[in-house]
Design a protein around this ligand. Structure first.
Ligand SMILES: [Zn+2]
Length: 133
């Protein structure tokens, strides 16, 4: 329970950190970029939707995703090492063309990094980030 709360707090803390980075380095306040940072931070978990078909209700589904580490034991579309590597390239590439895209992909990547590090140190395995089934 404590680990899950820390995990969720990190998912809020990271976009705020990125927001400070954005405000400090770009010295502008565009509301769409602020929204994009938060969108990019929570969008990766959309791949958990595949587990919805195994649950009876939205409430049960949310409870399962927040309080269970079992969802991290199978490969997910975004939550895998191959997609993270792809994201590094797409983040760097997007930085050449669009600040909004750069912020979106960077916050997307940071979300996955938090999940990856959490799995590495909390459930002590990253096997499910590598295997393709
Ligand atoms: Zn996640």
């Amino acid at each position: 329970m404590k680990d899950e709360i820390v995990h969720i707090l990190f998912h809020f803390f990271i976009p705020f950190l990125l927001l400070l980075f954005y405000l400090y380095f770009y010295k502008e306040v565009k509301i769409e970029n602020i929204i994009i940072i938060f969108l990019g931070s929570f969008f990766p978990d959309i791949d958990h939707i595949v587990y919805l078909k195994y649950k009876k209700s939205i409430k049960e589904f949310l409870k399962y995703n927040i309080f269970s580490d079992r969802y991290r034991k199978g490969i997910l579309i975004f939550h895998n090492i191959y997609f993270m590597i792809f994201l590094i390239f797409i983040t760097l590439f997007s930085s050449l063309y669009s600040l909004s895209l750069f912020l979106f992909f960077l916050s997307f990547f940071l979300h996955l990094l938090v999940d990856f590090l959490d799995d590495k140190f909390t459930i002590r395995t990253i096997e499910h980030w590598r295997k393709i089934k």
